[in-house]
Design a protein around this ligand. Structure first.
Ligand SMILES: NC(=O)c1ccc[n+]([C@@H]2O[C@H](COP(=O)([O-])OP(=O)(O)OC[C@H]3O[C@@H](n4cnc5c(N)ncnc54)[C@H](O)[C@@H]3O)[C@@H](O)[C@H]2O)c1
Length: 372
């Protein structure tokens, strides 16, 4: 159990079957619940969750959205809000997001604006959602102008992590989640970095079952990753634009400047988000080394842990100028300048204004990473 300011994150294998008891603890005044999920996740886990919620005395309805990033949209939001009204949810009732980051971000946003805000709970079922998107209260939908353009900061009333759900997660989704885990480990400290890297050295992406529990325990790693994210977001809940220190929430964007550009120039089709972050981290580390912020030894360590995940999608055919143009439009920029999250050594990120990075150095670094 990890305590945040306003809610708790419960991490327990096989906890889905007691989701009702957990929800009861989080929501003392609630009668009606709407579970939001997608067909795939609901087909795997919906029945168990709904049964447990009904056994705990809730009146439960459910709503299934389409599967994929394109359903994190205004249209789906409107449909979800309509379902919340049809289910006659009042201000003390609640919604539960059962699924990955798409379901979580959309449901959280719907909860934040329905009746000006009703409680919501998260049951993340992807690694990325467990360690990242369900922690910290960012909710959003995408628009034609980009990802996560419209959203809110809205904290859930509780998060339930059942590591056993990862047994059914496709391999690429697992890799994507591990990229975010590596990101958090690089910017946190040597302890989490070593722990993540040792875990990955023993872990087989083809045999999640053997490592969900047991000696090289995925549950422990997930708990440590969540603790780190909780610490950062707890100290900078709304990502203060004026903060540029190495513990501000902005550091969580390590690898993301390039990742967003990669996703954009490939029309969000080639990379899973985490995979793009993996390549983005390789590039950010290369830039850091070329700026003489990072030593070659630490660069090797960073590259080594990312490469443990196997080959990421190819980048050798991408046009560097196109990527550079996309970087200039990165939404994480403040005012007119792109804020790069670079790295001095494991555990010491540094926020660098884009104007301080020579264009040639940037291009050379990207060319090296993209061609390898
Ligand atoms: N709010 C935040 O702070 C934050 C942080 C990072 C990412 N995000 C957002 O998260 C989203 C990505 O989340 P994601 O990577 O979880 O993707 P996702 O929600 O699309 O899930 C990935 C795929 O896995 C399937 N799936 C989910 N759980 C499964 C399970 N247990 N077994 C089998 N299949 C399963 C889903 O149906 C989907 O096809 C993006 O929209 C991103 O913007 C938000």
């Amino acid at each position: 159990m990890i305590k945040l300011q306003d809610y708790e994150i419960e991490i327990r294998a096989n906890s889905l079957i007691s989701a009702g008891e957990w929800a009861r603890k989080c929501l003392s005044m609630t009668n009606r619940l709407l579970v939001v999920s997608n067909q795939k996740v609901f087909g795997l886990y919906g029945e168990a969750v709904i049964k447990s919620l009904r056994d705990a005395g809730f009146s439960v309805d459910f709503y299934l959205i389409g599967d994929g990033e394109r359903f994190k949209s205004f249209k789906t939001l409107e449909q979800t809000l309509a379902k919340m009204s049809e289910s006659r949810l009042t201000r003390t009732d609640a919604v539960i997001a059962l699924g990955g980051g798409v379901v979580g971000d959309l449901t959280g946003f719907a909860a934040s604006i329905y009746l000006r805000g009703i409680p919501f709970l998260q049951i993340p079922t992807t690694l990325l959602a467990m360690i990242d998107s369900s922690v910290g209260g960012k909710t959003a939908v995408n628009t034609k102008f980009g990802k996560n353009i419209v959203g809110s900061f809205y904290q859930p009333s509780g998060v339930l992590v059942d590591v056993n759900t990862l047994r059914t997660l496709p391999k690429r989704e697992l890799v994507s989640g591990f990229c975010e885990a590596i990101k958090q480990s690089i910017i946190s400290d040597v302890k989490l970095f070593d722990c993540t890297s040792t875990f990955l050295a023993k872990f087989s992406l083809n045999n999640v079952n053997s490592t969900v529990n047991g000696e090289n325990c995925l549950e422990d790693l997930i708990a440590k990753q969540i603790e780190f994210k909780a610490e950062i977001v707890g100290g900078d809940e709304k990502e203060d634009v004026e903060r540029n220190d190495c513990r501000s929430r902005k550091i969580l964007n390590f690898g993301h400047t390039i990742a967003h550009s990669l996703e954009k120039v490939t029309n969000y089709r080639r990379f899973k988000h985490g995979e793009a972050v993996g390549i983005g981290m390789l590039a950010a580390a290369e830039i850091s080394k070329n700026l003489e912020l990072l030593s070659s030894d630490e660069l090797l360590l960073i590259n080594g842990v990312i490469h443990r995940l196997g080959r990421l999608p190819k980048t050798s055919d991408l046009d560097i100028d196109e990527i550079m143009a996309a970087i200039a439009f990165d939404k994480k920029s403040v005012g007119n300048s792109v804020k790069w999250i670079l790295i001095e050594k494991i555990g010491v990120p540094r926020i660098v204004d884009g104007s301080k990075i020579p264009t040639n150095l940037l291009k050379k670094s990207l060319a090296k990473v993209f061609s390898s």
